[in-house]
Design a protein around this ligand. Structure first.
Ligand SMILES: [Zn+2]
Length: 195
């Protein structure tokens, strides 16, 4: 017997013994590749859907049955009878009876609560899309604390006459809206005709 013949016979013997093992390894590899392919495809689909959902914010009014006593105007000066001065009012004042419930206009997180002589008790809520809302002249007893997550329409506190800088207006909510920390006209987001 020559060596070549011996070699071939040894190869055939090896295949006869281990062919099922090789088939098993090929099967496992195909399975892993399929899982990876499906997984990455699923991620791509999610990435396409998420940004559209993040932009879809729903807005509510901070008060029901309120009257706008002072509107937003970033150019014309408006007279502040309390401080006896003309000033730019980058906010909307909602006149309403003291004790009326104030609601978060959109879902978000309470990022600040403070009290100053001019603004009274203030709650600041951060929303998606770099938006913030600020509720001033509130009663000191609030329904929320810093760090709380709130939903749109949720009661956060009550109207008072705590803003001494606008005391002559009586009980009212001084409401501000900020986009990228710059004050904007809230009517761009709120449907004020339904107030
Ligand atoms: Zn005001």
């Amino acid at each position: 017997m020559d060596n070549k013949n011996d070699n071939t016979k040894a190869k055939i013997a090896w295949f006869t013994k281990y062919w099922y093992l090789m088939l098993f390894v090929v099967g496992v590899l195909a399975f892993i590749i399929t899982i990876i392919a499906v997984g990455s495809n699923g991620e791509k689909v999610n990435n396409n859907v998420e940004p559209a959902n993040a932009n879809a914010l729903t807005f509510y009014l901070p008060l029901t049955d309120a009257t706008i006593t002072k509107n937003y105007n970033d150019k014309a000066l408006q007279y502040n009878a309390t401080l006896n001065q003309w000033e730019v009012h980058k906010a909307i004042d909602f006149g309403v009876a003291a004790g009326a419930d104030v609601c978060a206009v959109c879902s978000g997180k309470v990022v600040d609560i403070y009290n100053t002589y001019l603004d009274g008790t203030v709650v600041v809520i951060e929303h998606a899309n770099n938006l913030k809302t600020k509720y001033a002249s509130l009663d000191g007893e609030l329904n929320v604390a810093i760090g709380d997550n709130v939903t749109g329409g949720q009661v956060i506190g009550r109207v008072a006459n705590s803003a001494k800088g606008e005391a002559s207006e009586g009980a009212h909510l001084h409401f501000e809206m900020l986009e990228n920390d710059k004050k904007i006209d809230p009517s761009a987001y709120l449907n004020l005709e339904n107030k």
